[in-house]
Design a binder for this molecule. Structure first.
Ligand code: ADP
Length: 592
């Protein structure tokens, strides 16, 4: 397969061809042990091109075009299935119905997970499609072989609204883009357009089933994600299954229990179901509103009740959700069909040996390129005050200064008070810190803007309030440490991506962070599995304890630090390691 797509932020070309060397198959079928698996360096693949300092065009903060917006070489990614991937014996057809997909409509980890899991299942021989809204902000050139495949009507408030369905391919993955003819999904961003988001996703959920009905396409599995598509299982079992769709079974993944899809009965009725029929404890009533007038419904709860299987994104988050939160009762009742499967990372998009966004590539055997990435980023952001290099000369950098990064949505869940505290503490310790984050809340935005104004001219801290996929790749590659101080974290991709790029994680022990990061100083941990610095409390003292230890290792125990970096790079947190668990879940519910 050969394809071209344009990068979301500024029209960069990625070329997918059968001759590339991007794909890194690491299938162990279902025999893996989470967190103990290692990627041998030979499996990480050779470094695509070795670059020396003299060959680099060094950036500067005064560049007219910031270094992360430069043109990048085309990205040869082999979308053909590699020869050593273990094929599953009984292939099935899975359709994901989702609000996000990386890289064309990514806001956070949901987009990464859909793309990575879809690719892993494709490589195991399954047929996979991803259905998502055709957001106005998706650039058509980003989708290879985009074509209108059907125009049909879907129901909304007593009317039938015309809908276009397009097919195309995104980084090797078949997509079906659903474009309603009304105002839904119009706007500059994935979320937050000038339309009722809940009603738009209710419409989208029905429009996906309607498309399957009009085309006669019946997958084995419809895989829905988050509250946005939580109504689809209700629509399926109470409507479309009584019409022509008989074969599909529904799997729901809960990526984050922060949003429940709270809605009124009338809103459900707008998509053609009788909203009042779901206002019971057994179905979709929001238990917190019982006795209120009116009571509310929750699309996420309805999705849990009506799906054949429910997955959340790490074993520890599964336990946490069974113990706390108002949905715990519903999940306990659903215990037999509720699974915790750790997310993976998509090695086609995230491989430091071939990543086109990096000024220099590297792998676990040869991390010279990582040092160049660090110097490149430091220089591009003006972090090295005494830099004496000019032109193409290597700057007089201070690579021994620990560089900490934090790449995150700036929301309370992510431990905002610890992130702001980290700025102060890292400065005190003589380190450097770069925050790449985007806030959706105006108050948080202004707080971080104030911090940026305070620090961004100084020598050691940079706060960049923007979203940039390219810059995120460069920062993971440049970093010595990646910070994830979340109050809660269902899985967390940032620590896994950081590890793959040789950044040692400093994390709070919660959710998926507890399942992927094992403290270097914890005696009960097997030495070979230790890979980071972990703290438990949400107070500054607990955080300092982990950060200070990381700095001490970095500065005073260089050999041990090098060992930790090697171990983090060899951790197998790829989908190849965990996709098999999803296949098991699919197989447990599919119709034979
Ligand atoms: P969540 O899904 O809660 O946002 P995860 O850690 O699971 O958190 O996934 C976050 C994903 O979004 C990662 O791929 C991370 O690199 C990316 N990301 C977050 N903020 C930004 C940003 N400002 N710019 C680029 N990428 C970002």
């Amino acid at each position: 397969m050969s394809s071209l797509l344009l990068n979301a932020s500024h029209n960069l070309c990625f070329k997918l061809s059968s001759s590339g060397c991007q794909w890194q198959p690491l299938l162990h079928n279902n025999t893996h042990r989470l967190s103990f698996s290692r990627v041998g360096a030979e499996k990480q693949g050779p470094i695509a091109a070795l670059v020396s300092a003299e060959q680099l065009v060094w950036p500067s903060p005064s560049d007219e075009i910031p270094f992360w917006k430069r043109d990048f070489p085309s990205w040869d990614a082999d979308s053909d299935v590699p020869s050593d991937v273990v094929k599953d014996s009984d292939p099935m057809h899975v359709i994901h119905v989702t609000a996000e997909m990386a890289p064309i409509a990514k806001v956070g980890g949901l987009g990464d997970v859909v793309t990575g899991l879809a690719r892993a299942c494709l490589s195991r021989g399954h047929t996979v499609d991803v259905m998502l809204p055709f957001y106005e902000c998706i650039q058509r050139q980003q989708v290879v072989d985009l074509e209108l495949v059907s125009t049909y009507n879907s129901y909304l408030e007593g009317e039938w609204i015309p809908v276009n369905a397009y097919r195309g391919v995104v980084t090797g993955i078949p997509v079906i883009l659903i474009e309603p003819s009304n105002q839904f999904f119009k706007g500059k961003q994935v979320y937050g357009g000038c339309y009722n988001e809940l009603e738009a996703y209710l419409f989208f959920s029905r429009a996906c089933l309607e498309w399957m009905q009009v085309t006669g396409i019946q997958p084995d599995i419809i895989h829905v994600h988050e509250w946005q598509t939580g109504a689809l299982p209700l629509l399926y079992w109470d409507m479309y299954h009584h019409l022509s769709l008989k074969k599909p079974r529904i799997v729901l993944t809960i990526h984050n229990m922060e949003h429940y899809g709270e809605c009124r009965q009338e809103q459900i009725s707008k998509c053609g179901l009788d909203g009042s029929a779901y206002a019971t404890v057994e179905k979709a009533v929001d238990d917190r509103t019982i006795g209120h007038n009116p009571e509310r419904l929750s699309l996420l709860k309805g999705g849990i009740v009506y799906s054949n299987a429910v997955v959340t994104v790490s074993p520890t988050y599964l336990k946490e959700t069974l113990c706390s939160g108002w949905l715990a009762g519903t999940l306990i009742k659903s215990r037999d069909k509720y699974f915790g499967i750790l997310n993976g990372i998509d090695t086609t998009m995230w491989n430091p040996a071939t990543d086109v966004f990096l000024p220099a590539q590297f792998n676990a055997h040869n991390i010279e390129g990582k040092k160049l990435c660090k110097q490149y980023v430091q220089r591009g952001l003006g972090l090295i005050s005494e830099a004496s290099g000019s032109g193409n000369q290597m700057p007089d950098a201070a690579p021994e200064v620990p560089l900490v990064i934090c790449i995150t949505r700036l929301v309370p869940q992510k431990g905002l008070h610890l992130i702001t505290h980290a700025i102060k503490r890292i400065e005190e310790l003589g380190g450097q810190m770069i925050i790449l984050g985007k806030a959706s809340d105006a108050r948080v935005e202004s707080e971080f803007k104030h911090l940026a104004d305070l620090h961004n001219q100084g020598p050691s801290i940079r706060i960049l309030l923007l979203y940039s996929e390219e810059l995120s790749h460069m920062l993971y590659a440049a970093a010595d440490m990646v910070l994830v101080p979340s109050i809660y974290e269902p899985c967390g991709l940032s620590q896994m991506l950081g590890m793959r790029y040789g950044a040692v994680p400093i994390v709070r022990k919660t959710g998926g962070l507890a399942d992927t990061v094992f403290d270097v100083d914890e005696q009960s941990n097997h030495h070979e599995m230790t890979n980071g610095f972990v703290f438990e409390g949400i107070d500054e003292g607990s955080f300092n304890w982990a950060l200070d230890r990381a700095f001490t290792y970095h500065r005073e125990k260089p050999e041990e630090w090098t060992g930790i970096v090697r171990r983090v790079m060899e951790c197998d947190n790829t989908w190849n390691n965990t996709a098999g668990k999803y296949i098991e879940v699919y197989n447990s519910v599919r119709v034979a």
